[in-house]
Design a protein around this ligand. Structure first.
Ligand SMILES: Nc1ncnc2c1ncn2[C@@H]1O[C@H](COP(=O)(O)OP(=O)(O)OP(=O)(O)O)[C@@H](O)[C@H]1O
Length: 561
């Protein structure tokens, strides 16, 4: 049974708490701060109920001492005070909750049960570590290690130094503006300006003057000449977000800039020249809009010479742990939460399982909200928004049990392990580069892309998460008789004794290794990159091990004869 420490000099509180927690937890009591601290030094508690006004010390001061000993211990403050100041201070310090006396039995029972439950959930090692150092070095990182994101990074590398317009497509919140910034940062124009205009945010006439400027007297209210973004951005990069929302008159003018880099200010006769690279973004079906005559076909052809597609987050769940770590680390620094340790394995699993309709922007918002809401140093599932819990609960009831076991993996026709097996249904071809841009310039290859996304240390925590989320190999129950299920280990050892083996060590290790490889490859649906990440070995080493155990990635992951 869990144990709750109640520190209060009012014996009636002991009685009440005992009644409230009957059958839920044992109670240990202390009447002074010193007595309470001494008990905490001697033994483990699952929650503390702490009075603010103690005879020998202020409860808030004692709270800080308790946290030094055990920062995961949930502490609930009690007070008779009506002033809001202490409540605010207590919550700022990271108290689990704050209740006013007189206490209600049922509310107290509920609150302490919740604290005990969270303490239990938070008592596991964190799956993802919130790392202040990462936040300091990361700045505006563009994160991704999934195959489609590596394709995006490679495409940025291929085209960033080419002076061509780029069209970035993808759902809202997938990082289209980050692509535009990366294209700018890795271009010859990096010393020039980068300006962004959201075409959907401005009415048509305002957008036109924003982009092209106007002369004094061009229209009522134009008291002086105004320089537009195309002029301001000379020798730089202009990001036109939501280009599908641009009115046709503005489309025509933008087309002219794209064709010969010339334009006039509104109300002006002088033809002006500018040298601007345009990166445009949209989530709208521009081809359909062309057939409906709401978007100019010639502008679409000009813009989509190079197109970069950003995949939605649900198609690249392997990026989620790294993104969580990035946002957690940032929030830890920004919200000044030095005690924040990270996210529990269950929380990470839940975040990985959600569909993220708002993509990375939504994930960022959720992580930040959780950091703000969490009273414990470890983010546990309880702090997740209801929308996530509800969706996961719904999909858990709908998922057929057999789905978990089905492994379908691509392979080369020759039956050899495929070096690039695509998991989770994503094509791995997130980027299409058309016309005018050769393959020669490859500024950001796989390695630099990973470096761009993942400064040192980050992957360890992510790998730690992945391996923790798996079952222990030898307890895995696998009914397929052709494959080792780990359960035969004791029998194997017995057998080897019987045979008077002189090579028991390598035989047992080989058995365990084969089982482990198979289990992890099943888990990743044959995706070797993911498997290598989970195992904490390089892909080369994994390929080598797969070959040496003759594991074939065919319609299922199998170990050969
Ligand atoms: N891969 C990523 N790594 C780190 N942060 C990301 C990533 N993708 C998106 N973000 C963050 O998510 C938020 C939304 O990104 P961004 O504004 O680039 O999306 P968008 O696709 O342009 O959205 P919209 O279409 O709504 O304008 C930003 O805070 C951005 O920094």
């Amino acid at each position: 049974m869990p144990t709750v420490l109640v520190i209060d000099d009012d014996p009636s509180v002991f009685l009440l708490t005992r009644k409230a927690l009957d059958g839920v937890a044992d109670i240990v009591t202390a009447e002074t701060a010193d007595e309470g601290l001494e008990l905490i030094n001697r033994r483990q508690f699952d929650a503390v109920l702490l009075d603010i006004m103690l005879p020998d010390r202020n409860g808030l001061a004692l709270y800080c001492e308790i946290k030094e000993k055990d920062r995961r211990l949930p502490v609930i403050f009690m007070t008779v005070e009506a002033a809001s100041g202490t409540a605010i201070e207590a919550m700022q310090l990271g108290a689990f909750d704050y209740v006013a006396k007189p206490l209600s039995v049922s509310a107290l029972r509920h609150l302490i049960s919740r604290a005990i439950e969270q303490r239990e959930l938070a008592s596991v090692p964190v799956a993802i570590v919130a790392d202040e150092e990462l936040a300091k070095e990361s700045g505006e990182l563009f994160i991704g290690r999934s195959t489609p994101m590596l394709e995006v990074f490679k495409a940025i590398g291929r085209v960033s130094k080419q002076n061509v317009p780029v069209l970035v497509r993808g759902e809202s919140g997938t990082g289209k503006e980050l692509v535009a910034r990366a294209l700018f940062q890795y271009s010859h124009r990096a010393e020039g300006p980068f300006l962004a205009v959201n075409c959907a945010a401005l009415p048509d006439t305002l957008l036109e003057s924003e982009l092209f400027g106007y002369e004094k007297g061009a229209f009522t209210g134009a008291d002086s000449r105004r320089i537009g973004k195309f002029e301001q951005c000379n020798k730089g990069t202009l990001f036109l977000d939501e280009i599908g929302d641009m009115a046709s008159i503005v489309q025509a003018k933008v087309l002219r800039v794209l064709q010969d880099q010339r334009f006039e200010r509104i109300g002006g006769n002088n033809e002006l020249k500018t040298d601007v690279r345009i990166v445009a973004a949209t989530n709208r079906p521009l081809e359909e809009m062309v057939s409906e005559n709401t978007f100019r076909e010639d502008l679409l052809y000009r813009l989509n010479a190079v197109t970069i597609h950003l995949p939605p987050l649900r198609e690249r769940p392997s990026d989620i742990p790294m993104l969580i770590q990035h946002f957690l680390s940032q929030a830890k620094v920004e919200f000044n939460k030095p005690d924040l340790e990270g996210a529990s394995p269950e929380t990470v699993e839940m975040l990985k399982g959600y569909s993220w309709p708002g993509n990375v922007r939504q994930l960022r918002a959720v992580v930040r909200r959780c950091v703000l809401d969490s009273a414990l140093p470890v983010l546990v599932p309880e702090v997740l928004p209801n929308a996530i819990k509800e969706e996961l609960a719904k999909s858990a009831t709908q998922r057929p049990a057999s789905a978990i076991d089905s492994v379908s993996t691509a392979s080369h026709g020759n039956g050899q392990p495929s070096p690039t097996v695509a998991g989770n249904g994503s094509s791995g071809n997130g980027v299409s580069v058309a016309g005018g841009v050769g393959d020669s310039a490859s500024g950001i290859g796989q390695d630099s892309a990973a470096a761009l996304a993942a400064p040192g240390g980050r992957t360890d925590a992510v790998d730690g998460m992945a391996s923790m989320s798996n079952e222990m190999p030898f307890s895995h129950d696998d009914s397929d008789a052709d494959e080792p299920n780990g359960l035969g280990l004791p029998a194997l050892v017995d057998n080897l004794f019987e045979q008077k083996s002189t090579d028991m060590y390598s035989e047992v290790i080989a058995y365990a290794e084969r089982y482990l490889l198979l289990r992890v490859l099943r888990e990743t649906e044959g995706n070797q990159s993911k498997a290598a990440a989970i195992l904490g070995i390089t892909r080369g080493k994994l390929r080598d091990r797969i070959a040496s155990y003759d594991i074939r990635l065919e319609s299922g992951v199998r170990i050969g004869e």
